[in-house]
Design a protein around this ligand. Structure first.
Ligand code: NOJ
Ligand code: NOJ
Ligand code: CA
Length: 715
């Protein structure tokens, strides 16, 4: 890795110089007061409200960078319309985003895309998902300096920047007999690395289109003919690591990773651990899911890879309950409750009610504006980081793609939805119960849901009635709010009113037709409580961010197990420390205030063995009985330390170009440059294990590139 990094130093020093001149660097400098109200915390976004922008469709701040020719046509929803980074900068400066309380924006992938028309659907790459050169900016969105100006303007306005990033593929290269003018070409800063056809160095995977039938099939086959990058190829691996470093060095705070279900999880963990060695950044991925049920591959991915996920489950449940009425509030609540159980870190998952891949909420709800407003109330007060899809706060409509990606209809700051968002975004910053709190139902029927979030001494109580024709009496519902009178945080915008609480129950309260209200109490915590630790995995020396409350203003102590960590910054709600030099393993993290009160919260912080490399393990001739799968075990934490309950797998066995039964394979992140010992096991659903015979296999892992080992399974 040292080698790989030094190669990019020269190209980066120009950017670094510009950054030094222009940018308030977004580093974890020591802070006092309320660092969380600024952009100093790029590791945790739990107090933030994200605004998702399709860059081409938001605001054209500079018509001179618009494409010419066939790919530009503002009247065609599949062509470029002219929106750009200058436009976003202007909308930050004119107060549209800050007025809504937005503290993070997620923009389209900024990398250079194909400049030709995709003949399979006569579309231009206005959406940014057809990358060609990940080291160059998409010129139709602006120049590198326009990008940096947008980042700096955002930071000056306490807004973080998230880029969409699609390391899964370049552009479409296969669709029947069609000839694609750009052949899925991948360039590195202008130099061609490979095209999809004549790909002599295996830069791409060359399986048929995925049929989406299994996770394995999604990973190694192409999605609709998009030239599928082979991340386990050393050239592709360093290409993608260096590319994301470059964008993070521009000051980017977060990454939305496209199509995480379609890339090897081990490679993604490896990419992430490389990122975390240099940057504190929040990473969340898109695991597309059309259902409200848990998918254990999906939540397993979030829990194991360290990449948070977009919460399709909650989105689908809110859409079904408030949008088209196919679910009721009690069913919605059971999804809310279940999602809290399926994720290790529910507060780090990203929520939404619509996006660029589904119909706009207003279209789904048949124009019922109150349904949209109520959907925002539920999303913004539920666990997870809420995302507003650009234009939906203006009640934009549109069915499926590309109709859901229309031009911004207006920038009206007086819409009810805009006002509701602004009140709740402010509350998310002010009251830690929304960022980190537990969730408890307090009253419900098919139409009404009353629930409460609580964190330490802070509480937020939410009541929503989706029925626009009928009201309900919710008098007597229980609450953790202390005795007193509470005004509606929404300033009665959705028909709410003042609430009286006596003895842990709410006084007379009628929740009228279609009404919603939010009441809150935000009391100081005198003992420390941990909300989040971000990330949850790392290497000695990496910086880790602990957010929560009651840490005190004077510097205290943080321990990993019994070992104290060096403190980088300390405030009452945010502490940054360096992972101490300790052996790989899972650790309790304890925060102790300067006055001596302490809390242990997370008991599974994973300290890795060291810098990581991605290795493909292949077990040949491993014949199994029905129900058995092949797993990997070895003598380091990353390989489960010989503990069969932590074995890596189940392995894949159905990809012809890599390995197919009786051969099995899996891509794994392991420590680089070390001698490891490993063995394969056969394991069934019940946990019965058959060990591979003979002595352990041995392998020296590579440094600065990927590896592959292939051995016969020893029966
Ligand atoms: C998911 C994105 O959100 C979608 O818009 C895109 O077309 C595909 N991934 C492929 O990049
Ligand atoms: C009935 C509601 O369904 C339930 O959610 C609530 O807890 C009780 N009423 C008491 O208010
Ligand atoms: Ca433009």
């Amino acid at each position: 890795m040292v080698n790989r990094k030094s190669k990019i130093v020269t190209s980066l020093c120009i950017f670094a110089l510009v950054l030094t001149l222009l940018a308030p660097i977004n580093a974890g400098a020591a802070t006092t007061g309320e660092p969380d109200s600024a952009v100093s915390n790029s590791a945790s976004f739990s107090t933030d409200t994200i605004y998702q922008i399709v860059t081409d469709r938001f605001f054209d701040g500079n018509p001179s960078n618009n494409p010419s020719g066939d790919i530009y046509d503002p009247s065609n929803p599949r062509k470029y319309h002219g929106g750009d980074w200058d436009g976003i900068t202007q909308k930050i400066n004119d107060g549209y985003l800050t007025g809504m309380g937005i503290t993070a924006i997620w923009i389209s992938s900024p990398v250079e895309n194909i400049t030709s028309i995709d003949p399979s659907n006569n579309s231009a790459s206005y959406h940014g998902y057809w990358g060609r050169d990940f080291y160059r900016p998409n010129e139709y969105f602006g120049s590198a300096s326009d990008f940096m100006e947008m980042v700096n303007t955002a930071h000056e306005n306490n807004i973080k920047i998230i880029i969409d990033f699609a390391p899964n593929h370049t552009s479409t290269a296969e669709y029947g007999d069609m000839v694609f003018p750009e052949n899925g070409n991948l360039y590195r800063n202008g130099t061609l690395i490979s095209g999809f056809k004549n790909d002599t160095n295996n830069i791409f995977n060359h399986e048929s289109w995925t049929d989406f039938s299994t996770w394995e099939n999604c990973v190694y086959h192409s999605m609709y003919g998009l030239a599928d990058l082979n991340q386990m190829n050393g050239t592709v691996d360093s290409y993608l690591k260096d590319a994301i470093d470059m964008w993070l060095d521009y000051g980017v705070d977060g990454i939305r990773v496209d199509a995480v279900k379609h890339m090897p999880m081990g490679w993604q963990s490896n990419w992430l651990s490389d990122i975390y060695e240099e940057h504190q950044t929040f990473v969340f991925g898109e695991w597309f899911n059309g259902s409200t049920a848990n998918d254990s591959d999906m939540t397993g991915f979030a829990n194991e890879s360290g990449i948070s996920l977009l919460e399709f489950r909650l989105a689908n449940a809110i859409r079904n309950t408030l949008g088209n009425g196919t679910m009721d509030m009690q069913e919605l609540y059971s999804v809310m409750a279940d999602r809290e159980l399926s994720y290790k870190e529910i507060n780090d998952q990203v929520t939404f009610v619509d996006n660029h891949d589904m119909s706009r909420f207003m279209t789904l709800a048949n124009g019922n504006a109150r349904a949209l407003e109520n959907a925002y109330v539920i999303m913004m007060t539920s666990s997870g980081i809420p995302t507003i899809y650009y234009g939906s706060e203006q009640y934009a409509t549109g069915g499926s793609d590309p109709e859901n990606r229309g031009d911004m209809p207006s920038f009206n700051t007086t819409t009810t939805a805009y006002q509701v968002i602004s009140k709740l975004a402010a509350l998310r910053k002010a009251n830690a119960a929304l960022a980190y709190g537990t969730t408890k139902e307090r009253w419900m029927n098919d139409d009404v849901l009353v629930y409460e979030r609580t964190f330490g001494n802070s509480t937020v109580l939410v009541a929503v009635n989706r029925n626009t024709k009928q009201g309900y009496d919710i008098t007597g519902a229980l609450t953790a709010l202390p005795d007193g009178q509470y005004d509606d945080v929404l300033s009665n915008l959705l028909g709410g009113g003042t609430l009286t609480v006596t003895g842990g129950a709410i006084g007379s309260y009628y929740l009228g037709a279609g009404q919603a209200a939010v009441w809150q109490c935000d009391r100081t915590d005198t003992v420390p409580i941990i909300g989040n630790i971000d990330p949850l995995v790392g290497i000695a020396g990496n910086v880790v961010t602990i957010s929560g409350s009651g840490f005190g203003s004077a510097t205290g102590t943080v321990r990993f197990g019994t070992k104290a960590a060096q403190v980088v910054s300390w405030s009452d709600s945010l502490v940054q420390v360096m992972i101490p030099t300790i052996s790989a393993g899972l650790y309790d993290i304890t925060v102790t205030t300067s006055l001596g009160s302490s809390t242990a919260n997370y008991d599974e912080f994973k300290v890795l063995t060291g810098s990581q490399t991605a290795v493909r393990f292949i077990a040949k001739d491993a014949f199994t009985e029905y129900g058995q799968n092949i797993y990997l075990l070895g003598n380091c934490l990353e390989l489960g330390n010989w503990d069969t309950s932590k074995a890596i797998g189940p392995f894949f066995n159905a990809t012809d170009s890599i390995a197919a039964y009786p051969d099995w394979f899996f891509d794994v992140s392991v420590p680089e440059g070390v001698d490891i010992e490993y063995k394969f096991i056969k394991k069934d659903e019940a946990g019965n294990v058959i060990w591979e015979g003979g002595s352990n296999h041995t392998y020296t892992t590579p440094t600065g590139t990927t590896g592959e080992v292939s051995v016969y399974f020893y029966n």
